[in-house]
Design a protein around this ligand. Sequence first.
Ligand code: PEP
Length: 248
Amino acid sequence: MTRRKLVAGNWKMNGDRAALAELDGIAAAAAAHPAIDVAIALPATLIAAGAERVPALAIGAQDVHAADKGAFTGCISANMAKEAGARFSIVGHSERRADQKESDVLVKAKAEALHRAGMQAIVCVGETLEQRDAGEAERVVTQQLEGSLPDGAAADWCAIAYEPVWAIGTGRTPTIEDVAAMHGAIRAKLRDLVGEGGDAIRLLYGGSVTAENAPALLHASDVDGALVGGASLTAAKFVPIVAAAAGN
Ligand code: PEP
């Protein structure tokens, strides 16, 4: 099955209004490569300005609350992010799983909140180095997937990002064979959980993707795109990754 590639950036807690100028070059690259999807998850404070600046580019959030509204000081709901201009959100990023102690159950509820709001979800899973060294990577990741996958997950609103924790922001990446093996295991689990519809759900790889390693990573078996942190902060670093996904 052919799946449209998706290259999504994650600015994390970086950037300010001046940095939004980077979106101009990213939006131009997205327009130049209409066969793939390009998206940027901004800090919540920049979503509205980013979406206004580049209306054709898919701007998203990095997290939303699982509830639609209520007494949750400091949080934003999916509908709030949507009203600001977000079309999607990342959920279950390993930094939130580790720092905010987010569980699979919570990640699943957040993805379902996005669906209720008519938004797309990128659900992250990934093993730690200890788990990989112990030979547990596949078991851990497929278990995370089972626990975090939203009810009714379908390709038109849900994508999965495999992000080995030890590869995020470290400059280290798994081998292409390891990525392909894990994506194959995730695909098989998706088929178990979702049925045939699981074949259409996009699987992104994330963890130290750069212009240099993107061509090989993005064309590994069952890799349908990338989730990119550090290299998404500037158009100069991100645009070659977009081009690699588009195959040129
Ligand atoms: C991420 O934060 O999802 C990520 C993959 O970061 P980096 O590309 O910087 O490793």
